[in-house]
Design a protein around this ligand. Structure first.
Ligand code: BYC
Length: 325
C-alpha cells in the first residue's frame, strides 16, 4: 500500500479514537514526535527527583521523610515506565540517556530552579505536581497506546503527590509568622515557573497544531495553563496565601481568571540551559550514571553467568537422554 493511503487510514483510526500500537504503521513524524515528547517526559521525571531529593535528609519529621522518600521513588518509577514506552518506538534506553547526558535532549524547565526551604517541598507538590496532573490526565487519552497506559498509573501517583504538597503548605499556613512567611515565599518563587511548565503560548508553539491533529495532545498549552490558573486561584484561598500576580482577577464574562504576562525571556533562557541550576542538574545526572556503571556491569555479568549455567544444564540433560553407546 502506498504511503498516502496508509497515512489516510492512520488519521482515520486517530479520528475514531482507536489507539495506535507499537506494531502498527505510523508516519515517521508521528514516531519522531512521540520519541521526542516521551523521552523529554522521562528525563523530566528523573531530573525532577533532584530538587526534592535534596530535602530527604532535612525533612522536619520521620513521617515527612518517609512520605518524601516515597514520592521521590515514585518519580523514578515514572521515568522507568516512560523510558519503556519510548523503547516501543524503536529507540534504546541508552540512546535516550545519551541524548540527556550530552545536553541534546530537553527536560522540563521547572527542575532548573533551586529548593531553598522546606516549604519548597509543599510548593512543588501543590504547584509542580498539580501542573503535571493537569497536563498528564489528558495524555492518558492520547492516541499512542503505551504512552496513554503509562499515564494512568502516573496520574494516580501524581494525585497523591499533589495532596501531600498541599498538606505541607496547609500546615505551614497555620503555623507561626516565620512559617507563614516561608510558605508565601515558596509560592511566590514557584508560581511563575509552574505556569511555564505548560510550554510556550499557542502562537509560539511549533508542535501543538500537528500534535492536536494526531491526538497526542488533547488540549493546547494555553488551554491547560488557563485551567491550572483557575484551579489554583481558588485553592490558594484555603491556605490564606496569595498568588504573586497583581493582574490575577476573575473575569465574569469569560468565566475564567485573567492573569498577568509570563516572562518568556526567562522561560527560553532556562530551556536553553542557562537557568539557575541547569548545569548542576545535568552534572549530577551524568555523575549518577557514571557511578552506576559497576551495577550495570555486575547485572550483565550475572545474566551471562545464568545463561551459561542454563546452557550447560540443557546440554547435560540432552546428553543424558541420548541412547547409550
Ligand atoms: N520545559 O511546541 P511546544 C513531573 C519545548 S515531570 C522545557 O509547545 P510540545 C514531575 C518543547 O519541548 C513533568 N522545554 O512543544 C517530576 C519544544 O522543544 P523541541 C514533565 C519545553 O512538545 C518530578 C519547544 O519548547 N511533563 O511531572 O508540543 C517531580 C516548543 O514547545 C517546555 C511532560 O514532559 C518546558 N516547560 O509541548 C514532580 C509532559 N515546554 O522539542 C513532577 C509531556 C515546551 O522542539 N510533554 N518546551 O526542541 C508535553 O505535554 C509537551 O511536550 C509540552 C510541550 C506541553 C511540555
Amino acid at each position: 500500500m502506498d504511503t498516502t493511503k496508509l497515512s489516510e487510514q492512520f488519521q482515520q483510526k486517530i479520528d475514531e479514537d482507536i489507539k495506535i500500537e507499537p506494531q502498527d504503521w505510523m508516519p515517521d513524524e508521528y514516531r519522531k514526535t512521540l520519541i521526542r515528547q516521551i523521552s523529554q517526559h522521562a528525563h523530566s521525571e528523573v531530573v525532577g527527583m533532584l530538587p526534592e531529593g535534596n530535602w530527604i535528609t532535612r525533612a522536619p519529621s520521620l513521617r515527612r521523610k518517609a512520605i518524601l522518600l516515597a514520592k521521590v521513588q515514585d518519580e523514578a518509577g515514572h521515568g522507568l515506565y516512560l523510558y519503556a514506552a519510548g523503547e516501543t518506538l524503536g529507540i534504546t534506553r541508552d540512546e535516550m540517556y545519551q541524548q540527556l547526558h550530552s545536553g541534546k535532549a530537553k527536560y522540563s524547565s521547572i527542575f532548573n530552579y533551586p529548593t531553598l526551604t522546606w516549604a519548597d517541598m509543599g510548593a512543588i507538590g501543590w504547584l509542580v505536581d498539580g501542573a503535571a496532573i493537569m497536563n498528564q490526565v489528558p495524555l492518558s487519552r492520547c492516541s499512542y497506546g503505551p504512552y496513554a497506559r503509562a499515564m494512568v498509573r502516573v496520574c494516580k501517583e501524581e494525585s497523591f503527590h499533589q495532596r501531600q504538597g498541599f498538606e505541607i503548605l496547609l500546615t505551614l499556613s497555620k503555623g507561626n509568622a516565620a512559617q507563614r512567611k516561608m510558605c508565601q515565599d515558596a509560592i511566590n518563587r514557584w508560581w511563575w515557573p509552574s505556569l511555564m511548565m505548560f510550554g510556550p503560548s499557542d502562537n509560539n508553539s511549533p508542535h501543538t497544531a500537528q500534535s492536536m491533529q494526531w491526538k497526542i495532545k488533547r488540549f493546547t498549552n494555553d488551554e491547560l495553563r488557563q485551567k491550572f490558573v483557575d484551579v489554583c486561584a481558588e485553592q490558594v484561598k484555603f491556605l490564606g496565601m496569595t498568588l504573586p500576580d497583581k493582574d490575577l482577577k476573575w473575569n465574569e464574562a469569560k468565566q475564567h481568571y485573567d492573569f498577568g504576562a509570563i516572562n518568556w525571556d526567562e522561560f527560553w533562557n532556562v530551556v536553553k540551559g542557562n537557568g539557575p541550576c541547569n548545569k548542576e542538574r545535568l552534572a549530577t545526572r551524568v555523575q549518577a550514571w557514571e557511578n552506576g556503571a559497576w551495577v550495570r556491569e555486575a547485572a550483565l555479568a550475572y545474566e551471562d553467568k545464568k545463561a551459561a549455567r542454563q546452557y550447560r544444564y540443557n546440554t547435560t540433560q540432552a546428553e543424558s537422554k541420548m541412547p547409550a553407546g
